[in-house]
Design a protein around this ligand. Structure first.
Ligand code: NAD
Length: 431
């Protein structure tokens, strides 16, 4: 029942007949959470719709002198709690509807973390691999100009997503700043630290996954030092989560990349296995007693399974075969809605993505605070404050979980929707 992933593979059809679109998932999850709450149906109705969707034409001169025209979007869902916040992706399959759905999903994520932001998502329908760096820069600067009126540090703050990176954000911030006549680092997050990016931003989603795993393990009365963990995906999220959990004494027994995985029942040395960013697709070359397929990794008899690669990997066809005692969603949308129901029937706890990997948007919030205050934080401060925010959010979700006898996913959405509904109620409807 997760929203579709921010990752390109997420949209791929799994064995469940028709994976829902991002909008369908976001609306259904809204409706589900609303059923537990005594809130004004008009508020729910408002939250089903985006506040604004800007569609723009982005023409650029290619390196060979020809002009090519792309379509870009920025969907702003809800800003009752603060400026819109969400990624910008460059991918051939970016659509208006996808931006709307993922923007809604950002609203829930910011609300569950109690960040003073609403949700947005945008992007350009383009294959970034077919552009030179110069073309990507021209595309980004022109796109920045086309959406300049609706973004800004107090309006809407984009961030990197699929196909974009800190350099893209640097160009966007520069283009915006040039037109505004003042350097405005707070217009985007995920920038390089030298121009106002935050220390610890890259590692934050994996760090939050580790923190939430630790809290969940503790909640069920297990000892982290005796907890066997399997992690699918060894990129930013998977490797950072693995290494932190390893530091805290957990046994990370299996990790994988797109080619497959390695398994050591005695625990792997997570630091010596190169992450995707250190050396792409090198997991299988690392010495380990056993190898395992990606499908096999998901079905290992471990205590905790962390899918941290792509969406829709836990499906109707393997949900009954998952032997882990708990799933922590590192990736966005790794569990299809049918699998989610099967896990609920099996009483297998699934800690949802909107909580577990929210360290990324949380440190983006810290970055924004540093930018508007013109005062950088140390890595230690970032990590300390992230720890506090994650544990607070965990406790808020746990309270709903205990009070209402719902799944962890529904508990997280209930926390988010209660906050949104209260803010809407308090502000009222203009005019
Ligand atoms: P990444 O590109 O750094 O790493 C992805 C890893 O998954 C790599 O090891 C890759 O080899 C592996 N992989 C790719 N396809 C696979 C497949 N089909 N099966 C198994 N492994 C596969 O990506 P990331 O930033 O770690 O993101 C992973 C997931 O977490 C995505 O769903 C992403 O949307 C989500 N996420 C990322 C962030 C972030 O800021 N990095 C924040 C929140 C959520």
């Amino acid at each position: 029942m997760s929203p579709p992933s921010q990752n390109d593979d997420a949209a791929a059809a799994g064995p469940d007949s028709e994976p829902e679109s991002a909008v369908e998932t976001a609306r259904r999850q809204l409706q589900l959470a609303a059923a537990y709450l005594d809130i004004d149906p008009n508020t729910v109705e408002r939250l089903k719709h985006p506040a604004k969707v800007q569609e723009v034409t982005v023409p650029i001169k290619r390196d060979d002198g020809t002009v090519e025209v792309f379509t870009g979007y920025r969907a702003q869902h809800d800003s009752v709690r603060g400026p819109y916040k969400g990624g910008l992706r460059y991918h051939p399959e970016v659509t208006r509807d996808e931006c709307v759905g993922l923007g809604m999903w950002m609203t829930w994520k910011c609300a569950v973390m109690d960040l003073p932001f609403g949700g947005a998502k945008g992007g350009i329908a383009v294959n970034p691999k077919e552009l030179s760096d110069e073309e990507t820069e021209r595309l980004t600067r022109r796109f920045a100009e086309e959406i300049r009126d609706i973004i800004g540090p107090n309006r809407d703050i984009p961030a990197p997503d699929m196909g974009t990176n800190p350099q893209t954000m640097a160009w966007l911030m520069d283009a915006y700043s040039m037109q505004e006549g003042e350097t405005t680092p707070g217009v985007v997050t995920g920038k390089p630290p030298v121009i106002g990016g935050s220390e610890g931003r890259d590692a934050a989603p994996g760090r939050s996954v580790a923190i939430i795993t630790r809290e969940a393990v503790d909640y069920y009365g297990w000892n982290l030092r005796e907890t066997d963990i399997a992690i699918q995906g060894y990129g930013s999220v998977g490797s950072n989560a693995a290494r932190l959990l390893d530091d805290w004494g957990a046994n990370v027994v299996a990790v994988s990349d797109v080619n497959g995985g390695i398994y050591d029942p005695n625990g792997l040395d997570t630091y010596s296995i190169p992450s995707h960013h250190e050396e792409p697709e090198a997991v299988m070359r690392h010495d380990a007693p056993e190898t395992v397929t990606n499908e096999g990794l998901l079905e290992l008899d471990v205590d905790v399974l962390i899918p941290a690669a792509v969406g829709n990997v836990l499906t109707e066809s393997n949900a009954h075969d998952i032997e882990a005692d708990m799933v922590i969603e590192g990736a966005n949308g790794p569990t299809t809605s049918v699998a989610d129901e099967i896990f609920a029937d099996r009483n297998l706890p699934v800690i949802p993505d909107i909580l577990a990997n929210a360290g990324g948007v949380t440190v983006s919030y810290f970055e924004w605070l540093q930018d508007i205050n013109r005062r950088p934080w140390s890595l230690e401060r970032v990590n300390d404050e992230l720890e506090t925010e994650m544990v607070d959010a965990w406790n808020d979700v746990r309270e709903e979980y205990e009070a209402r006898d719902v799944t962890w996913r529904n508990a997280a959405y209930i926390v988010a929707l209660s906050r949104l509904a209260e803010a809407h109620q308090s502000r009222g409807l203009w005019p």
